[in-house]
Design a protein around this ligand. Structure first.
Ligand code: FBP
Length: 262
């Protein structure tokens, strides 16, 4: 980890990563609640919201649209990813290189590590290559740290999430993206285990406004630097409204109640 390597994808040390790799990871079904979001342009427009400190996309969506948005959006190049059609043990293909992401102008790279899967060793070695190349180009590094696979009974238990956060630090990520471990106390422990690496909470499947904002509030109050979110933003009828509320909770330390009144 290098000091300030994540500056280009954070705001005042906090982060709201808007993730839009769902067309690969889950398929078009994720666009059904808000069909306009099948059009990448609609979501690039959302990524220009002041609250969004980085936009995480796969290669094809970066190549096609980033040249039109490079002045307004920080690009987080999500290098690996697998479709939902894959039925094997959790694993993730490397779809573009950190060098090519740098060539496109990316500010940071993102990489999934499924700790605990049969693919862990190979994925960690691929992460090493991406992380070291990112350093050569002064790009930040975000790890989607998702322990899962045959040996894991509960992938959101406090111990598992603390381990996930620690893997981010140990392997050289600036930011570890982890699932919410169920309580503020468990989130505080995970953040402590990440040391100087930042922790952001993963959004998960869509929940109601209050439940979602309360969880984000709890994560922030317990040391998380922010949120990396997809469905809880773009599947909403009014994504801009929830981005306004998230801006208040993440950067202005507003409570969920205060943010709901905006
Ligand atoms: P969500 O907020 O919609 O969960 O998006 C975050 C994310 O990490 C995406 O980048 C990715 O597409 C998705 O979750 C993968 O979720 P999972 O592997 O749990 O199905």
């Amino acid at each position: 980890m290098l000091p300030h390597a994540d500056d280009a994808i954070t705001r005042d040390g906090k982060a709201l990563v808007l993730a839009y790799d769902h067309g690969l990871e889950h398929g078009p079904v994720d666009f059904e609640p808000n069909p306009d979001t099948a059009d990448p342009e609609a979501v690039w427009e959302l990524a220009t919201h002041d609250a969004v400190s980085a936009f995480a996309v796969q290669k094809g969506i970066a190549e096609a649209y980033y040249p039109s948005y490079e002045d307004d959006v920080s690009l987080l190049a999500k290098l690996n990813g697998t479709s939902n059609l894959w039925m094997g043990e959790p694993d993730s293909a490397v779809n573009w290189s950190a060098d090519y992401a740098a060539e496109l102008g990316a500010d940071a790279v993102g990489f999934t590590l499924y700790g605990g899967s049969n693919g862990e060793v190979e994925m960690a070695e691929e992460f090493r290559d991406a992380q070291e190349t990112a350093r050569e180009h002064d790009m930040g590094v975000v790890m989607w740290s998702y322990p899962r696979g045959q040996g894991l009974k509960n992938d959101t238990s406090p111990d598992t999430i603390a381990y996930a956060a620690r893997l981010g630090l140990e392997l050289g990520a600036d930011i570890a993206k982890v699932k919410y471990p169920g309580s503020g106390e468990a989130m505080a422990h995970a953040c402590e285990m990440a040391g100087p690496a930042k922790v952001v909470m993963s959004g998960g499947s869509k929940t109601d406004d209050r439940a979602f904002l309360e969880t984000v509030e709890s994560a922030i109050a317990n040391g998380a630097a922010g949120l990396a979110v997809g469905r809880n933003v773009f599947q909403r009828e009014n994504p801009v409204e929830i981005l306004d509320a998230l801006e208040a909770v993440i950067y202005e330390e507003a409570s969920a109640d205060e943010a709901l009144e905006l």
